[in-house]
Ligand binder design. Structure first.
Ligand code: NAP
Length: 470
């Protein structure tokens, strides 16, 4: 697909970008590889300063960056500003803590000598990223790997090229050497060829299950370590002792933030029978109160979806769900604006055979289920081939946490929104992917943990029988 900014609010094609050619790819890989060799055994100090500078530039240029993201994919300006600030937080976090995280660890061993594990960079990382958070998704991979010393080549999404482009410019403006981060506009064949290139030592993809399977297959065939951050149908469980006022004020936000286009949006609300009717009424009232309009306008609370294609796909999913027996509780009416708006919609009575039961709906559509016990809520939450995030609400946070621990998923928040923060690991299980980004776990994704055992002289008398050949 062409790399184009098409405003989902005005439908205007703002800019089209040329595809990268073979020379661009070769330059990105060769400068990246040379830099890796230079960085591998060198000091970190300069990269720490540069990463802080990147954070400062994100903050200084917040409005400009947010405006670019709004033009690219239509999100609310205030939400785009929040994303830019989060990028700055991530950059600062890895600049502040990365060196500590990468210190060698000493192991206790019966082997003769001192054993330690060094944390080395491994080479160029190829990242394939989606459009829904056009800066944050890139920063999640870039910041930790920059500190590790892994240069990054990016294949950004075809519909947010302006954001990927300016990200690269900021990295260079902050003083990062050429090859630290190269944004390329690639087709899928070029992307597969980069995965196969021997200079690339890691592959990180965030995106759909379909995109993940394609890139994971290429990575597997080429024995490249990879992380997959894929889709989800996250459950939002409301236990019977929940304060309805509290939950009502949060539930709608967890579905409509970013026009519902978040991997960890709450997509399935699983509600105790005693609160079900009241919950539905409150959710409908909140959904009905949003104001669609210009995403740059501070009074707008519902942004358009990112593209015509995305809106049409969601419409098809809702139509199919209703055809298969779901009840349309609220919404699904056209919005009289030229942009790609989708009215917040609530579906109920979704049976197990309904496609809406198991597929991800990546937009402002809530599926609401009634359950009669905590166990039924857990079983329903787990009856999904995805397992990314989740939320549990309860009047008793310990009861909520007990339920949370029984959900087969990568992350659960009790009595609050899910938030992504640099110190918290991010990632899922099942078809939501594998590996973690951010935090101590994330920084290790593409690190070579090299064991060094240092003895004064050979000694064959260890209790394992002096095994030397294994
Ligand atoms: P997508 O279609 O998979 O696209 C994501 C990226 O992968 C884009 O750069 C896309 O390029 C590229 N891509 C897709 N297929 C490819 C292939 N065969 N070869 C090479 N590159 C390929 O996903 P999306 O629809 O844009 O994003 C929404 C999905 O991402 C949702 O399922 C959402 O839940 C998931 N997501 C997950 C996380 C997480 O952290 N787990 C975070 C955000 C979003 P083009 O743009 O050129 O097609």
């Amino acid at each position: 697909m062409a790399y184009q900014t098409i405003s989902p609010y005005t439908n205007e094609t703002i800019k089209t970008y040329d595809f990268s050619d073979q020379a661009d790819i070769e330059k990105a890989l060769s400068t990246g590889h040379e830099l890796y060799k230079k960085w591998r055994n060198g000091p970190l100090d300069q990269r720490i300063d540069i990463l802080h500078k990147i954070a400062s530039l994100f903050r200084e240029r917040e409005d400009e960056l947010a405006t670019i993201a709004v033009k690219d994919m239509g999100k609310l300006f205030k939400e785009a500003k929040g994303e830019v600030e989060l990028c700055a937080l991530i950059a600062d976090y890895f600049a502040d803590h990365g060196a500590e995280m990468l210190k060698p660890t000493t192991l206790k061993t019966i082997a003769t000598g001192e054993a330690e594990v060094l944390k080395h960079s491994t080479g160029v990382i190829f990242a394939v990223e989606p459009w829904n958070f056009p800066y944050y998704q890139i920063m999640r991979v870039f910041a930790p790997n920059f500190i590790v010393g892994n240069p990054m080549v990016l294949k950004g999404p075809s519909n947010t090229p302006g954001s990927s482009d300016v990200f690269g410019k900021i990295v260079l403006e902050a003083g990062a050497p050429e090859g630290s981060f190269t944004n390329l506009f690639l087709n899928y064949d070029q992307a597969s060829a980069i995965v196969a290139d021997p200079r690339v030592q890691g592959v990180a993809l965030t995106g759909s299950e379909r995109g993940g399977r394609a890139i994971a297959k290429a990575a597997g065939e080429n024995l490249k370590k990879n992380t997959m951050e894929l889709g989800g149908t996250d459950a939002f469980i409301v236990l019977d002792d929940t304060d309805i006022d509290q939950v009502a004020d949060i539930a709608w936000r967890t579905r409509l933030y970013n026009a519902g286009q978040v991997c960890t949006s709450s997509k399935r609300f699983i509600v105790a029978d005693s609160l079900y009717d009241e919950f539905l009424t409150r959710l409908k009232d909140k959904f009905a109160a949003v104001k669609a309009g210009d995403p740059m306008d501070a009074s707008t609370t519902l942004a358009p979806m990112n593209s015509k294609r995305a809106k049409e796909k969601l419409q098809q999913q809702v139509d199919d769900a209703i055809k298969a027996g779901a009840t349309l509780y609220y919404g699904n009416e056209p919005i009289d604006l030229p942009g790609q708006f989708f009215q917040p919609t609530i579906l109920t009575d979704i049976s197990k055979g309904n496609p809406a039961y198991s597929t991800e709906m990546f937009g402002p559509v809530a599926s609401v289920y009634k359950v009669h016990s905590d166990q039924e809520a857990i079983d329903l939450a787990n009856d999904s081939h995805y397992g990314l995030g989740g939320i549990v609400f309860s009047g008793d946070p310990d009861r909520g946490a007990k339920v949370a621990s029984q959900i087969e998923t990568g992350m659960v928040f009790v009595n609050n929104f899910m938030s992504s923060l640099p110190e918290l690991p991010f990632g899922g299980v099942k078809a939501s992917g594998y590996g973690r980004e951010m935090s101590q776990l994330g920084i290790m994704a593409f690190v070579n943990e090299e064991l060094i055992v240092k003895a004064q002289k050979p000694d064959l008398s260890n209790p394992a029988g002096g095994l030397v050949a294994l």
